[in-house]
Design a protein around this ligand. Sequence first.
Ligand SMILES: Cc1ncc(COP(=O)(O)O)c(C=O)c1O
Length: 450
Amino acid sequence: MAAATPTTLPLSSEPASESSFWADADRHLVRYYGGGFTREIIERAAGSFVFTAEGRKILDFTSGQMSAILGHSHPAIVETVRRQVATLDHLYSGMLSRPVVELARRLAGTLPAPLEKALLLTTGAESNEAAIRMAKLVTGKHEIVSFARSWHGMTQAAASATYSAGRKGYGPSAPGNFAIPVPNAYRPDFTTPDGGLDWRRQLDFAFDLIDAQSTGSLAACLVEPILSSGGIIEPPPGYFAALQHKCRERGMLLILDEAQTGLCRTGTWYAFERDGVVPDILTLSKTLGAGLPLAAVVTSVEIEQEAYDRGFLFFTTHVSDPLVAAVGNTVLDVLADDGLDARARELGAFLRTGLEEMAGRHEVIGDIRGRGLLVGLELVVDRETKQSSDELGARVTRRCLELGLHMNIVQLPGMGGVFRIAPPLTATEDELALGLSILDTAIGEVSAAL
Ligand SMILES: Cc1ncc(COP(=O)(O)O)c(C=O)c1O
């Protein structure tokens, strides 16, 4: 191979001009998804806003990648990172520090029995990877069941349990992964006589199929309490208790992935609190570090002991890292001190009222759903037929950005575009009102031009 020749010389500490920034980005960055990068340079972020190089102020209705529940650069997090990085940043993975043990103890304090043993990691995929490994080891089985619109991450076991995107072209997923249908009340597949969703029949049918396909090695069900990337679908009350019953009947563990729903966003500390179930294993990520890379797997003494006895191994570079564990402790402090579970309920109600008023003005709003500050808004071309249009959602998203609001839209086959609205729990009513008014304008303009 010829010696590498530098392509961009000289190296400079001057900020790149807008055009050379994009030339470098286009030339040197791997494009990791089809959506394309937002064509604005983001220079900084604070609270509920991000700021562009051109001086535009954009309201962040996705909390970064659904993570920054305390807004950007929350002063308490900034202070913790400064202090911790200067004191104890990273360690050999077999060593322990105070922030790690403190976070494990405090997480247990936010959770019902018997969830009291934590493994502290970095990303959501990694937490699900570890949970699946643990479930396989403890049950001695390997089959994993998850929702047909799930997103659990990009690593092998997590991606094998992810059905909403990314399955084609990467060769076989892990053997023994099965999907069950999503209980979607807006687009019911199994219906009651009055046209509502018959989720019990749907669930029975799903497990008849699972039993038919299983080789007798069902290890666990891995599900989100509210499917986020699947279009903000909230399974009806009673669903998770029934799912847990199906798991128990088959000796499977129930793993709940609260990457997006955990830590107060839905109005309770954990979304599963609504359902009267306690998972065997809980995974937390995005919201736990409020934007910094922190994740956790939490389980019972019994499961942890069984895993340990069978030689459980999950030894990574950043397991039990003190820096992000300290951040996690600060996240717990702010959530508790500021009562952000109640705040998510109040702001969620405010947002919901605004969206419902908006639905009165715009026929293209087909459905509003979700809980607390995790809200979905489904756009349709026709309310009667619920016909979808990818173009509609894409145009509203573009117009919102032009007007100063960052929104994320999920577009999946058979669904309208679904906006995922998840502002920081620290947002003000004025900020939510600003977002609502921009969205109202964008939907109005785009639907008038249909
Ligand atoms: C529910 C859920 N689980 C897991 C993940 C994966 O997390 P990460 O991207 O941090 O690996 C995501 C990411 O969107 C998610 O939404």
